[in-house]
Every structure is written in structure tokens, then in C-alpha cells.
Design a protein around this ligand. Structure first.
Ligand SMILES: *[C@@H]1O[C@H](CO)[C@@H](O)[C@H](O)[C@H]1NC(C)=O
Ligand SMILES: *[C@@H]1O[C@H](CO)[C@@H](O)[C@H](O)[C@H]1NC(C)=O
Length: 331
């Protein structure tokens, strides 16, 4: 038995393991030196560990490099990926777009072609065709307005002042309905006709780039190599290992075969001592265990340890399948 589990007089002892999944400070990495596609690597990590590596801060970057050891130099898959067809319209209205989940998007040939290092990409129309663009450029824009119930919805072109995409979205939502969406060729023509002059005008199409990690964590921290990721150089991310830019990320095509990095969660043990209220109580009865688990303010304990979310609790069973240590008064 672990020394921490040594029971005291008149005390029963609970040993509780905390599995901390979300606390980024607890990422542990495992380097797998086998060549797999990103999808195969993801499957492997999910079966054997928790998932392909999530990297949330510079501490994680250092841990990940360290986990690769000194024997490997090159790139490894990490859990970040880009759903590059994940364009959606600013206006959310399920009925409006019907049951067809495939949005009506008609890119100009060769589009989208913007780098994906930005958090978000937006879109403009020019000559009726869509171009992807930075959301922070200032452009004229096209709103959609269906607020007048006695006349058909209309597209309203605004060019008196150029706004960023977000500003244009706010404007359209305040004074009209939303930024313009198109559902078919007829609406595409109507938007095209609304725009006067040879200008790029914002419409409602946008997407978040590299939105999340394989384990579902939202991507906030970024550590891309300068100039990366490019527009069309693959939807899966690798981390450089053993080079001058170790720890920096470079995108690649997901069907490349590369070594990879899994992560798993560090287990923390938390020892709780309880005084048994009745000497006859069977502390190994599951109902009693459950009641005790509820009684103990575990959350408070964990918050004291800096673990705020993402934990799971389970009992540690001793080899004889019991959890509590029986105690006799030392008389
Ligand atoms: C709504 O549309 C009708 C018919 O086109 C028009 O007469 C009316 O002025 C419009 N109302 C507003 C508030 O724009
Ligand atoms: C808005 O930007 C366009 C170029 O996209 C430019 O031609 C136009 O003059 C600008 N309009 C205003 C009001 O600044």
C-alpha cells in the first residue's frame, strides 16, 4: 500500500484518482515512430492513448519536442486539422437553406486561394463570383433584408463607407437582416446586380480555419512556421522536430505517411481521509461508496489543486477488490 493510504485511528481512507482531460498543463506526449497517414495515426492514438496530440501553449511545445527524444529529426503529425470545406453563411436559418446541407457556393475558378494562418476567412463577390479574402480588409458589402412583410426580400448594396467583414455583419444585422447569402443561380444574379461598379463586396460566407484539435479542443494557441499554413497545401498539421524551427507547425496532405505524436492524460491521485460514522458500516458496499462520494466536496478539493474542469473520478481498488481499509482502534 502506498504510504499516503496508511489509515489513521478511526479513519477510513478513500483513494481517488483524478483523470484530468482538459487541463492543458497536464498533456503528456507519446512519440510513435511508425509511418501512418493522419487518419491512421488518429485511430492509433485513440485506441492506445487519448488522441493525436493537442498543443495548447509553449509548455506543451517543449514537452512535445522532449517526448520525441533526440533520435528523430523531421516532422510528426499532431492533432490539428482544417476542415477546408467548412464554409457557412452568416445568416443562420435552417428553414431558409432547406434540407440540402451542401451550401450553394460558386467560387471563381482557382478560389479559395488565401493563406490559412488567420483565425477566420471571409468572402467577397466580384462579377457575381465568390472570392475568399481576409476578414479585416475594408470593403463595400451586400446585406439581405426580409424585414418588410409586404414586399419581397431584397439585397441592399452598401458602398457609402467600406467596413471590415465583422463590421459589415453587425451593420446588416442591425439595419437589415444579415449579410447576403445565395441559395441558387437566381439569387446569385440578384446579388451580382445589386453591386454597382467593379468592386469586391463582402457577402455572408465565412469559415473558421483550423477550428479544433482531434480531441475536440478548440484551437486558440497557434505556433505555425512563418508563412504557414498555405492555401492548398494540405489539411493536416505536423510539428517540426529536431530542426532549427523545432515545435513550429507546418501543414501537409493528410494521406502522407509520417511518425506521429499522441497525448494522454496525466493521472493525479488525491487522497481523502474520512472518519467512519458507524463502526458497523460496510464501506465497501457500492451504495455506501456512492453516498460518500456525493458527500465529500470533491469539486472543492480539485479546485484547490487547480483542476477546474474535465476530470473523472474513480475508486482505486486494492488487490483484494476492496477500496477502504478497515481499521481497528488501537487500544
Ligand atoms: C414595405 O414595402 C411596401 C411595398 O413595397 C412599401 O410600400 C413600404 O414603404 C415598405 N415599408 C418599409 C418600412 O420600408
Ligand atoms: C471602398 O473600397 C474600394 C476598393 O475596394 C474603393 O474603390 C472605394 O473607393 C472605397 N470606398 C470608400 C467610400 O472608401
Amino acid at each position: 500500500m502506498s504510504p499516503a493510504c496508511r489509515p489513521g485511528v478511526n479513519e477510513a481512507l478513500l483513494c481517488i484518482v483524478l483523470l484530468s482531460g482538459l487541463c492543458s498543463c497536464l498533456h503528456q506526449y507519446q512519440f510513435i515512430d511508425e509511418l501512418k497517414t493522419w487518419g491512421e495515426a488518429q485511430q492509433h492514438c485513440r485506441e492506445k492513448f487519448t488522441d493525436l496530440a493537442t498543443v495548447d501553449n509553449m509548455e506543451d511545445v517543449a514537452q512535445l519536442i522532449a517526448a520525441a527524444g533526440s533520435g528523430y529529426s523531421g516532422r510528426v503529425w499532431i492533432g490539428l486539422y482544417d476542415k477546408s470545406r467548412s464554409w457557412t453563411w452568416s445568416m443562420r436559418d435552417d428553414g431558409y437553406y432547406g434540407t440540402n446541407n451542401e451550401p450553394y457556393i460558386r467560387w471563381k475558378a482557382g478560389q479559395p486561394d488565401n493563406g490559412r494562418a488567420k483565425w477566420k476567412l471571409c468572402s467577397t463577390v466580384y462579377g457575381g463570383e465568390l472570392y475568399d479574402t481576409s476578414c479585416s480588409f475594408r470593403r463595400p458589402f451586400v446585406c439581405y433584408d426580409n424585414s418588410n412583410t409586404s414586399s419581397p426580400p431584397r439585397y441592399v448594396y452598401k458602398s457609402w463607407r467600406n467596413l471590415t467583414w465583422e463590421e459589415a455583419q453587425s451593420y446588416c444585422r442591425k439595419f437589415h437582416t444579415d449579410l447576403a447569402s445565395t441559395r441558387n443561380a437566381e439569387e446569385k444574379t440578384r446579388v451580382q446586380q445589386a453591386v454597382t461598379g467593379n468592386v469586391f463586396a463582402f457577402v455572408g460566407l465565412y469559415r473558421r480555419t483550423w477550428p479544433s484539435w482531434s480531441d475536440g479542443t478548440e484551437q486558440e494557441f497557434k505556433n505555425w512556421l512563418t508563412g504557414r499554413p498555405l492555401a492548398n497545401a494540405g489539411d493536416c498539421a505536423t510539428s517540426l522536430i529536431g530542426a532549427a524551427d523545432a515545435g513550429k507547425w507546418v501543414e501537409d496532405h493528410c494521406d502522407q505517411k509520417l511518425p506521429f505524436m499522441c497525448h494522454y492524460e496525466k493521472q493525479q491521485q488525491l487522497w481523502i481521509k474520512l472518519k467512519a460514522l458507524k463502526s458497523t458500516m460496510d464501506l465497501n458496499d457500492p451504495a455506501v461508496m456512492e453516498a460518500i462520494l456525493k458527500l465529500v466536496s470533491l469539486e472543492k478539493k480539485m479546485k484547490e489543486k487547480g483542476i477546474k474542469a474535465g476530470f473523472k473520478l474513480r475508486w482505486i481498488k486494492k488487490p483484494d477488490n476492496t477500496i477502504f481499509q478497515e481499521e481497528k482502534d488501537e487500544l
